[in-house]
Design a protein around this ligand. Structure first.
Ligand code: NAI
Ligand code: MG
Length: 352
């Protein structure tokens, strides 16, 4: 029998990415050994330090390098003294687009040892399916008359039938495997062209799923509903901007942004998918050894699942949960464990 072998491109990036990605690497090594497959890491020093040195976040042949991997594990990018337009648009967003990672999957449920800040939060178990390559995050638009009284800025949203249909289909398929309920985030009362179009295409697409219940809720009401009754939701399908905002909200409902994972998925598998925590580079706590690695570890578990290593994926996340249940929690969750403490506890747990 040939040994299962995967190459993972590893981009720790900036800030706490430099702390939580090594944590994930240690836990992935442990779980790969236990489940008898090989993981080779192609560690890439891309990010803000490289930008300062060479003037670019990633090298010109960067996409070829990534294309040779089976999956990408990213920490975060972003530094206070470099515009986010350079860091995010110089690495993260081009990877999502070049590799057609049009689904941003962000599952969330309450993990052991964590108290939700809201009533009913203990039963939260949902997944956000965020459209990841078009919508409000478009390059169409511009600035005119800079610095003058008549200065103006225009930014166009771009929604395509293909783009909305495929993300709605992913949400329908996912709901069919979960509790069979899709909520679509909309704002068709105020945004009168793109959002009614979104509603129509989502409705047409989900009509093909007789076993999936569906509803649409205006984004503002949906935000309130998530706080008041988070456990009623199963799958939420949302545009790029709405999905981004809702996923920080649901992470907070589940205790901390530090635990939330995210998969940038190319469902056709024509290109590698990329897994990362929802959080950013957290410059306020970077370098202190206190970052919560759970979001990165959960993202690593999603990566293993995507690679077809279901048992190892479940083992990794289960080990994280077991460690949290024992009260090994970082500061953001009210504990006093360091990143290294959590990592050591998880690798030990995996080891049996
Ligand atoms: P952030 O997620 O980095 O931090 C928000 C707050 O949550 C901070 O107080 C931080 O200390 C805390 N936090 C985040 N992750 C944590 C963890 N693992 N453990 C404990 N506490 C944690 O968001 P912020 O401050 O808005 O952005 C900082 C930088 O990161 C910016 O440059 C932003 O553009 C970038 N960013 C990058 C992302 C990416 O690479 N995918 C995503 C979001 C932001
Ligand atoms: Mg975000």
């Amino acid at each position: 029998m040939t040994r299962r072998q995967y190459t993972v491109a590893l981009i720790p990036g900036d800030g706490i990415g430099q702390e939580v990605v090594p944590s994930a690497r240690a836990c992935l090594d442990a779980v790969a050994t236990k489940h008898h497959f090989g993981l080779e890491f192609d560690e890439l020093d891309w990010g803000s330090a490289r930008y300062r040195r060479d003037g670019a976040m990633m090298p010109e042949d960067g996409f070829d390098r990534l294309a040779a991997s089976d999956a990408i594990l990213l920490g975060a990018v972003g530094e206070p003294d470099i515009p986010d337009t350079v860091t995010l648009w110089g690495l993260l967003i081009p990877i999502r687009r070049t590799f057609h990672q049009y689904v941003n999957l962000r599952p969330m449920r309450l993990l052991p040892g964590v108290t939700s800040p809201v009533r009913g939060g203990e039963n939260i178990d949902l997944a956000i399916v965020r459209e990841n390559v078009e919508g409000e995050y478009s390059e169409v638009g511009g600035r005119m008359y800079r610095g003058r009284p008549e200065e103006s800025a225009v930014q166009e949203s771009v929604f395509t039938r293909v783009g909305v249909e495929r993300v709605a289909r992913y949400a329908g398929d996912l709901a069919a495997r979960r509790r069979g309920f899709v909520t679509s985030a909309t704002k068709s009362n105020g945004i009168v062209h793109t959002m009614p179009f979104w509603d129509e295409v989502v409705e047409q697409t989900l009509a093909a799923y007789p076993d999936v219940r569906r509803e649409q809720i205006l984004i503002d009401a949906l935000a309130a509903r998530l706080v008041l009754d988070p456990s009623r939701f199963d799958v939420i399908v949302a545009s790029n901007l709405f999905g981004d905002i809702l996923s920080d909200l649901t992470a907070a409902l589940a205790g901390s942004i530090g635990i939330a994972p995210s998969g940038n998925i190319n469902p056709e598998r024509d290109h590698p998918s990329m897994f990362e925590p929802v959080h950013g580079s957290a410059p306020d706590i970077a370098g202190k050894g206190v970052a919560n690695p759970v979001g990165q570890l959960w993202a690593a578990s999603m990566m293993l699942e995507h690679l077809g290593e279901q048992e190892a994926a479940a083992d990794l996340l289960g080990s994280v949960e077991a460690v949290m249940a024992k009260g090994v929690l970082t500061r953001d969750l009210g504990g006093d464990a360091s990143t290294a403490d959590v990592t050591a506890a998880v690798t030990e747990q995996i080891g049996g």
